[in-house]
Design a protein. Structure first.
Length: 204
């Protein structure tokens, strides 16, 4: 066998091996299958399915703290919002009854009667709330009635009772005169309230 023939065979073998190796490399990278999709207009459009990719992120300390606070607030709103709705309804009923009261004695009788009913129905539930949940409830009562808790107590029980309970509230780091600002300070709370309203149909 001549040297030229021998070298030709070696080159053919090398070329064949290179082609096979390159085909395997391309095949291993070709992980997407392309299918045909026909749209409503009758046009054929290529369509493919990509493999699923899992993306994980790590919360920074700032966002982790925000998530904890949001979860705490959300839980508090879910617990207390029904009480705020009930408070608004009861206030409307009491105010309607007070319109027919002839004097202070009858007015006091109406208020005391409803107060006993409220204590019987809500006392255990409300006393089990945390201080934080109590603050959320006071804000939601303002949202539903347009009045802070201090003025409500003052209206029904007098200035002395309002002042007494305000002192107690301040000792626990709260304030009966808290208002509700849905656009700025309490915007997160308002979003959660809207969520509760959609889920449970408190509002149309």
């Amino acid at each position: 066998m001549s040297v030229k023939i021998f070298m030709g065979i070696i080159l053919l073998c090398a070329f064949s091996f290179f082609q096979k190796s390159n085909a395997q490399s391309v095949s291993s990278l070709d992980t997407m299958r392309v299918y045909a999709y026909i749209n409503e207009m009758g046009d054929t459009i290529p369509m493919g399915y990509l493999p699923e990719v899992e993306v994980k992120g790590i919360l920074t300390a700032k966002w982790a703290a925000y998530h904890r606070e949001w979860t705490r607030l959300r839980n508090a709103v879910y617990v207390t919002y029904p009480y705020a709705i009930a408070a608004s309804k009861i206030m409307n009923e009491v105010n309607y009854q007070l319109q027919t009261a002839k004097d202070k004695k009858e007015r006091r009788k109406i208020i005391q009667s409803r107060e006993k009913e409220l204590k019987k129905e809500f006392a255990d539930k409300l006393t089990s709330l945390s201080v934080y949940q109590g603050r959320v409830l006071m804000k939601l009562i303002y949202r539903e009635t347009g009045n802070h808790c201090y003025s409500i107590i003052q209206e029904y029980k007098g200035g002395f009772s309002a002042g007494f309970w305000q002192t107690i509230a301040l000792l626990f780091g709260s304030n009966l005169k808290m208002q509700y600002d849905p656009l700025k300070k309490d915007s997160d709370m308002e979003k959660i309230v809207k969520e509760v309203e959609r889920m449970y149909g408190y509002r149309s």
